[in-house]
Design a protein around this ligand. Structure first.
Ligand code: GDP
Length: 445
């Protein structure tokens, strides 16, 4: 899947990954090629433009993590942006099927894989959720299509509505609805007629059926290999009938995967499933991470960057632990802890994360210790000299006055800070020792 795009990007990033530092020009050059690659993968021009711009904004000025190259960092940013664009809300695989019998309308062009997908989803609902499903084909112009669904039904052990010659699609839909209610089915799936091209009659037929059954889900099935055409089809169907999600088929082929990206960006409709073959199990929930990884073909680099970042954090934590165990917790360390608290969403955020801290969080709040208090404390630490920060015990009256004045605080505030520092130093010493004993280390693993 997505070979073209991934190969293209590999070429771009191979060059980048060999460079030591990344200038703004380098980023631009790389992203120009990303844009061309996206266009070649059939991503529409406005989507490609917007995508590249978003990446450019994020890449420029971003600190490069040590131990990976700037090129690898750019790959990660491109990857994250792909995921961001592809991501819908909620769980794409969760079909709305409450209030039995729940109608699901399947729409799309002929040959898109609509009938196959209907059966695949029915099987999935049966196997995974234990649902009783009834399928019905509304393709009155193509008896072969009706028979195809019946054959698939037998194959997967899902009931199909008996075929009655001479009925209109709306009549079949009504019969399916009645049968689903009487027969105690959880879901009934309506496989609407397809045409080779969108035409007024096709749309009208689907709209009439929609008005009769009021579907909980209207899934548009599109051939992932058709690229830009698929996007136009999606826009048209959504405009005229309203779809709740898209199923991209033939994603097992080596097609131009840009359809996924454009589809999402242009229609705003979530991609719910991808078809990955002709077999009845060859369907998967749409996973942006996975598709983005495949588009880039560089999942390993993304993992590497994540690991590098995590490793650096872990190394820092371990170094600190060692120092704390020796009772070395100075004002610089305190400053770092306070910064971290702010980053993690302030006092409330930190306390909220710790089990059993709810009560303490309240006390802390009542004592007036909030984010602005943290900022004041940081200001006081900033007013200290380097020596004072390293050895806060040298702080005598005159130094305290100077620091308080320098940070616009009172000496009493500074005393509170120093008291808190001593308490934290004590606590850190204990925690550091625990860390040595392995307890914290175990917990961190
Ligand atoms: P419909 O006309 O839209 O109902 O299309 P069909 O369901 O009859 O599918 C047309 C052809 O595409 C059949 O041969 C299917 O087996 C095949 N097909 C459907 N989905 C996929 C898929 O995800 N991957 C592949 N490789 N083939 C598929």
């Amino acid at each position: 899947m997505f070979e073209n795009l991934s190969e293209r990007l590999s070429g771009v990033f191979d060059r980048l990954t060999k460079q030591g530092a990344l200038s703004e020009d380098d980023v631009k050059t790389a992203l120009r090629e990303v844009r061309v690659a996206l266009l070649e993968a059939d991503v529409s021009l406005p989507v490609a433009r917007e995508f590249v711009k978003a990446v450019q904004d994020k890449a420029t000025g971003q600190a490069v993590t040590k131990s990976i190259t700037p090129g690898q960092q750019v790959v990660k940013i491109v990857h994250d942006e792909l995921v961001h664009v592809l991501q819908g809300e909620g769980d794409p695989g969760k079909l709305k099927i409450d209030n039995a019998p729940a109608p699901i309308l399947m729409v799309g062009l002929q040959g898109s894989g609509k009938t196959t997908t209907t059966a695949k989803l029915a099987k999935r609902l049966k196997d995974r959720e234990g649902k009783r499903v009834l399928m019905a084909s509304l393709d009155v112009n193509r008896p072969a299509a009706m028979e195809q669904l019946q054959i698939l039904g037998v194959q997967i052990g899902v009931d199909t509505l008996p075929i009655v010659k001479g009925e209109t699609p709306v009549q079949i839909a009504r019969r399916a609805k009645t049968q689903a209610s009487l027969g105690g089915y959880d879901v009934y799936m309506l496989d609407t007629a397809g045409r080779l091209h969108i035409d007024q009659e096709l749309i009208q037929q689907a709209a009439d059926v929609r008005d009769v059954v009021n579907p909980r889900e209207t899934l548009l099935v599109v051939d992932g290999l058709t690229g830009q055409v698929a996007v136009e089809v999606a826009e048209e169907f959504d405009d005229k009938i309203g779809v709740s999600g898209v199923v991209l088929t033939r994603m097992d082929g080596d097609g131009r995967g840009g359809a996924a990206l454009s589809m999402r960006a242009v229609t705003g409709k979530p991609i719910r499933f991808v078809g990955l073959g002709e077999k009845m199990d060859a369907i998967e929930t749409f996973e942006p991470e996975r598709i983005a990884g495949r588009i880039l073909g560089m999942g390993d680099i993304v993992a590497l960057v994540e690991k590098a970042q995590a490793t650096i954090e872990a190394e820092q934590a371990e170094r600190m632990m060692k120092r704390f165990a020796k009772g070395q917790f100075n004002m610089n360390d305190m400053r770092e802890q306070l910064d971290q608290m702010l980053r993690m969403g302030g006092m409330e955020g930190v306390m909220g994360m710790l089990p059993g801290m709810g009560k303490m969080a309240k006390q802390v709040q009542e004592a007036g210790f909030d984010d602005s208090a943290i900022r004041h404390q940081i200001a006081m630490i900033q007013s200290m000299t380097k020596r004072e920060r390293a050895n806060p015990q040298i702080l005598q009256a005159s130094r305290k006055k100077r620091i308080a004045a320098g940070s616009g605080m009172e000496v009493s505030d500074l005393n509170k800070l120093l008291k808190m520092h001593r308490q934290m130093a004590d606590m850190m010493k204990k925690m550091g020792k625990m860390g040595k004993g392995g307890m914290l280390k175990q917990a961190m693993k």
